[in-house]
Design a protein around this ligand. Structure first.
Ligand SMILES: *Cc1c(COP(=O)(O)O)cnc(C)c1O
Length: 369
């Protein structure tokens, strides 16, 4: 039965009186649905898993009972994650329902109302979101106009705001650059609280802080399997000194990783070279796409160490118009608000298959001519 308009009004009033005003003022995280489109908007791996891996996944799912809650520990999965991703022996591990969940758990565990969470901006929007939802104060430190880390500004902001938690996405999303180890070391030395080094895009570049995850006394390393082909699974992991991880584990929902995710991930990690091969392929195709885009009129491509390119459109046609024109041609890329923010005029384009790159380039040549 449809509620009468009087009932709907009563519900709206009760919602307005009860739900936090800052939550009511938010818009839900927009997830694009575009069946049949060339999807280059969400940093997904465009390659599917081969049949033998799918067979192993099916067998693992068949063998998994669904009537029991997930066990407290999964030693086999923990061992597989350590081996597959080079987690050092002395580091403790915490698993999350996507690394998004781990970002929220770290802020929950560290921040009291009014405490500061800091990151360079623009960066991953969930850092600011997690801060706000947990009543912390988010301080964003602008990157330089070329989207490089402004280390002096970062150090000054740390001094001024004494952040409890600093998030550093390395490489950074949505700009693609990788901050130098020297700059990160300087931030670690200045930070009064915890630094979370978010290596979501590490598989697409060379450096990593993972080998040092256990010895750093004020930093932990965050990773995800989303960008290497398993975005649908929802699995992230946090590695660090046991004293940090033990505290974060206390705020984790007890059954946050479901049994199917655990079983499927374990099966897929037996075929880790398949994932590595796909990441290497994307990485090899990155400079080819970057060069082809940079050759288009009015197009600037920023350096990327990730599986996407941030591209600026300074010709007659603005980025938002280009985005719309691509959308009508069934090609999805990520756009940004047309305001005075640093990303205005840019589009973020995820790496796809060579065929998808060809389709994108043909469409852009047509649109920009
Ligand atoms: C995509 C992304 C994540 C989120 O990964 P999930 O594991 O899918 O939640 C975390 N950090 C950064 C910087 C990202 O770009």
């Amino acid at each position: 039965m449809q509620p009468s308009s009087g009932e709907a009004e009563a519900v709206a009033l009760r919602v307005a009186a009860t739900v936090r005003p800052d939550v009511r003022g938010l818009s839900a995280y927009a997830v694009g649905h575009a069946p049949g489109a060339v999807k280059l908007d969400a940093m997904e791996n465009p390659y599917d898993l081969p049949a033998e891996v799918r067979d192993d996944i099916a067998a693992a799912v068949r063998a998994t009972p669904l009537n029991r809650y997930p066990a407290g520990r999964n030693d086999a999965l923990e061992a597989a994650v350590r081996t597959a991703f080079g987690v050092p022996g002395p580091a403790a591990l915490l698993f999350g329902n996507g690394s998004d969940e781990l970002i929220h758990l770290v802020v929950q565990a560290c921040c009291q109302p009014g405490d500061v969470v800091m990151s360079p901006v623009p960066s991953f929007v969930i850092f600011a979101m997690a801060a706000r939802l947990n009543h912390a104060r988010f301080v964003g430190v602008p990157l330089t106009p070329d989207f490089e880390l402004d280390l002096p500004a970062m150090l000054a902001a740390i001094q001024a705001h004494r952040p409890k938690v600093i998030f550093l996405a390395v490489p950074n999303n949505p700009t693609g650059g990788r901050w130098t180890d020297e700059a990160i070391s300087a931030i670690l030395a200045a930070a009064p609280g915890l630094v979370v080094i978010d290596e979501a895009y590490q598989p697409f570049c060379d450096g990593t802080w993972m080998p040092r995850a256990a010895e750093l006394d004020n930093a932990v390393v965050l990773r995800t399997v989303s960008k290497i082909g398993l975005a649908g699974l929802r699995f992230g992991y946090l590695a660090g000194a046991p004293a940090w991880i033990a505290e974060f584990d206390k705020v984790r929902p007890p059954y946050n990783i479901d049994v199917l995710t655990q079983a499927v991930l374990l099966a897929v990690l037996r075929h880790k070279p398949v994932l590595d091969g796909q990441a290497a392929r994307l990485r090899a195709d990155r400079p080819v796409l970057a060069a082809a885009l940079a050759a288009l009129p009015g197009v600037t491509v920023y350096p990327s160490s990730a599986n996407f390119l941030l591209v600026r459109f300074s010709g007659k046609m603005g980025a938002n118009a280009v985005h719309q024109a691509l959308k009508t041609r069934k090609i999805r890329v990520r756009d940004f608000p047309d305001d005075d923010s640093a990303l205005a005029g840019c589009l973020r384009i995820s790496l796809g298959t060579p065929d998808e790159h060809a389709a994108l380039l043909a469409a852009l040549r047509d649109i920009l001519s």
